[in-house]
Ligand binder design. Structure first.
Ligand SMILES: [Zn+2]
Ligand SMILES: [Zn+2]
Length: 81
């Protein structure tokens, strides 16, 4: 995770994410877990309720403004990274 942008944070372990897309995909009590260290997954912006299919999309998205991100692991669901 590149943290050079002060306005971009990664959600903390134990947080419950309640945005529409996350609720649809993971249910009402989607709790963020510690990273499993896996390389597969996607970043998702909780602030804007949008996901990114690649690093370029994510970097463009967070280049301006404030964003809270979560890592979506295909095996475990929501994770920090
Ligand atoms: Zn965003
Ligand atoms: Zn995982």
């Amino acid at each position: 995770m590149n943290n050079k942008e002060e306005n971009v944070r990664v959600v903390e372990v134990g947080s419950i994410i309640g945005t529409p897309s996350i609720r649809k995909a993971f249910g009402d009590s989607a709790i963020v877990k510690p990273s499993c260290g896996g390389k597969k997954g996607n970043w998702y912006c909780i602030t804007c309720d949008c996901g990114f299919t690649n690093q370029f999309n994510k970097d463009t998205h967070i280049s301006q403004g404030t964003h809270l991100l979560v890592w979506i692991c295909p095996e475990h669901g929501l994770e920090t990274q």
